[in-house]
Design a protein around this ligand. Structure first.
Ligand SMILES: Nc1ncnc2c1ncn2[C@@H]1O[C@H](COP(=O)(O)OP(=O)(O)OP(=O)(O)O)[C@@H](O)[C@H]1O
Ligand SMILES: [Mg+2]
Length: 308
């Protein structure tokens, strides 16, 4: 039996007339890198704030390490590291001094641990520099370092890649992998970047308009007989009409200009190619690829891919 680290049951929150989170259930197991996914306004930050008791919930319960959050709040929260939205540092102090000051607030940490954390965050050489000169990505990594300082067993990160460029996103991705591999730690992170979450998480929960619409292991959710097929073809609208006529049930859709897609299932791509070519279409490519989280999100919500 897997050990449950974080258990949310029936959690709800309404702001005035906005129901931000509706009857939410989540289960996060020890060792998980759990991706809490959803578009802007889905209710991710509100949920994280309730989990950390930064705001009150209207109903439901939160258990961390098997204990009700309120049962022994100080002891429980001492084992949780969190970064919610952008970290606030003293800009005129060094990265090292900032960690040291925040460490003092939580009972003190020794110098070796501060150096270890700076090293892990890829900031070893910048620890003696003032934070005001740090890039956005460096500040974000320092924030993750701060959350890790007192060796938590559960790390909660709200949108750790928010506002970062592709290089910064890659650095945070590698960092999260490293933290989860090298340490006995469970990670719960929120994001609206589906492809990122697919790369780092073993389990995910998808939030949509305050409701959890799907939860499970990424491989299982995207695996099985769920491949997507894509065709690169000019005059895609006419090609779509032809395929609908020749292959009832195929249901191709226009992915973008010059591209059709459909669920691969048992369709024979060779036959489809032959039909298109004999009707005079120029097929540049036809191939199957694994379903990704974006496809799953569109399947579940009916939203257009453009929301991301
Ligand atoms: N303090 C508040 N007062 C009023 N409404 C709020 C408050 N906090 C959140 N909301 C509303 O609750 C809903 C969920 O917001 P939340 O910030 O949890 O979403 P999110 O998934 O974190 O979105 P984002 O990706 O933009 O960070 C939104 O409609 C938001 O406007
Ligand atoms: Mg948010």
């Amino acid at each position: 039996m897997k050990e449950t680290v974080l258990e949310v049951r029936g959690l709800s929150k309404t702001f005035n007339d906005i129901q931000a989170v509706k009857n939410l259930n989540l289960t996060i197991y020890k060792g998980d890198v759990y991706g809490f996914i959803g578009p802007n306004g889905a209710g991710k930050t509100t949920t994280i704030r309730m989990i950390l008791d930064l705001i009150h919930h209207d109903s439901g319960s939160v258990k961390i390490f098997g204990r009700d959050l309120h049962q022994n709040f100080r002891r429980t929260i001492a084992q949780v590291g969190a970064l919610v939205e952008s970290p606030a540092f003293y800009p005129y102090l060094t990265g090292y001094k900032n960690l040291s000051l925040f460490g003092d607030l939580s009972g003190g940490v020794n110098e070796d641990r501060i150096r270890e954390v700076l090293d892990m965050m890829g900031l070893a050489r910048r620890g003696k520099h003032k934070v005001k000169g740090y890039s956005h990505g460096m500040k974000q990594r320092l924030g993750i370092g701060l959350a890790l300082l007192s060796r938590p067993k559960l790390l909660i990160l709200d949108e750790p890649t928010n506002g970062l460029d592709p290089q910064g996103i890659r650095e945070v991705r590698n960092l999260i992998r490293k933290i989860s591999q090298e340490q006995e730690i469970t990670i719960f992170l929120s994001s609206h970047l589906l492809s990122e979450m697919e790369m780092v998480c073993n389990r995910i929960g998808i939030m949509y308009r305050g409701t959890l619409i799907s939860e499970g292991e990424v491989d299982r959710m995207l695996g099985g007989d769920q491949d997507q097929a894509e065709i690169k073809v000019a005059r895609e609208g006419e090609a779509k009409d032809l395929l609908e006529q020749k292959f009832p049930g195929l249901k191709p859709t226009v992915k973008k200009s010059g591209w059709l897609e459909f669920k691969k299932a048992r369709w024979d791509l060779g036959k489809i190619n032959r039909e298109l070519i004999s009707a005079g279409f120029m097929v540049d490519s036809i191939c199957a690829r694994r379903k990704n989280l974006e496809d799953l999100f569109v399947d579940l919500t009916g939203e257009s891919k453009d929301v991301y």
